[in-house]
Design a protein around this ligand. Structure first.
Ligand code: SF4
Length: 340
């Protein structure tokens, strides 16, 4: 997959579409037979970021780091424990259910498994048109014309409306999921590992479709993924999560060429190198990730970090801005590490 030049970093001058501050999602852990105190699983623990209009922010990290939980908490598909989520300045976590329902038309989701997310008893036309039952079509066209337009937008023929999900290939089913997400012309789509269940050849088609739609319709994506080649292709900025917290945020080119956090370095070193003349310098992450029910004190990465010092066990590093190299855009790289 080549890197598209159109993925230039967005400037801070753009007012953020989405602003997330100190978002937490804690779950009560199952209580053991002899355990008195209720333990808490800190799936997401104080995450802050913003997404500009028409921007793609990728959330990356190991499985279980909290990236999918963050995406669902932003949409209030799961109720956050605390924090703030603002869309166009409106605080979503305070909205009563009926107002939240209205806001949902501006925020949609594309799921990882296109087959599991489509009702097998509904035709493709019924699936894509389902959101239009509750809201008027944004295009102002009669429903059938609107459906035909949505199908053409994602590269499906209008005849496909009569088919059932099992009659489509995996890539076509994901196109249906994208058409359903587009039906209400959202400003933001949370893409939850949208291509990880697809063949590699189909992945590129779906990613390019998402990028074309963004260009045309100005949609912002919060793109949850673990495949760094896909992230490098589609994102403007990247936020790296470890054990429920963001440890580094940077524009895509800065992050891939000059990662600062030791965890980001190790994560990137494990990604395949597209240049055959450049030897892969793979660094291994020692041990398993600690449990979010019992996270390490101070910097959560200290139990696996090759640079850890005694202070790392005691003090949690704040996510702070780094000056960057010559010509760097201000505010392009933020890192949570005492020594980087
Ligand atoms: S704060 Fe310490 S443990 Fe955490 S990433 Fe930096 S050096 Fe490693």
């Amino acid at each position: 997959m080549s890197v598209s030049d159109s993925r230039a970093p967005r400037q801070d001058a753009q007012a953020p579409l989405l602003e997330v501050r100190d978002l937490k999602k804690h779950y009560p852990a199952a209580r053991g037979l002899f355990r008195r105190a209720q333990r808490v699983i800190q799936a997401v623990d104080g995450v802050s970021f913003s997404v500009a209009r028409g921007e793609t922010l990728a959330l990356v990290g190991e499985s279980g780091c909290g990236k999918t939980t963050t995406g669902k908490a932003v949409l209030r598909l799961i109720q956050p424990t605390s924090g703030s989520v603002r869309l166009d300045g409106e605080e979503l976590l305070d909205l009563p259910p009926e107002r939240m329902r209205e806001y949902r038309r501006h925020m949609q989701i594309i799921f990882q498994d296109p087959y599991a997310s489509l009702n097998p008893r509904m035709t493709a036309g019924e699936i894509v048109g389902e959101p239009l039952r509750n809201f008027p079509a944004a295009g102002g066209r009669p429903r059938q014309q609107e459906l035909a337009w949505l199908f053409s937008k994602v590269g499906l023929r209008p005849e496909a409306m009569r088919k059932y999900p099992h009659e489509f290939s995996g890539g076509q089913r994901q196109r249906l999921g994208i058409a359903r997400a587009l039906a209400l012309r959202p400003r933001l789509i949370v893409c939850d590992e949208p291509v990880s269940a697809l063949d590699v050849s189909v992945q590129a088609q779906v990613i390019n479709l998402l990028m074309d739609l963004q260009q045309e319709m100005g949609i912002a994506y919060l793109f949850v993924a673990h495949d760094l080649a896909v992230v490098r292709h589609i994102s403007h900025r990247v936020a790296v999560m470890y054990l429920g917290r963001i440890v580094e945020v940077a524009d895509r080119d800065t992050l891939f060429s000059r990662p600062l956090h030791p965890y980001t370095e190790i994560l990137l070193s494990a990604a395949p190198v597209p240049d055959p003349h450049r030897p892969a310098q793979r660094k291994l992450l020692p041990g398993d990730p600690p449990s979010p029910a019992n996270p390490p004190s101070g910097c959560r990465f200290h139990t696996r970090c090759p640079l850890a010092q005694p202070v790392c066990r005691e003090r949690q590093p704040a996510l702070t801005e780094r000056p960057g190299g010559p010509g760097a855009t201000p505010g392009t790289q933020w890192v949570a590490c005492h020594f980087r």
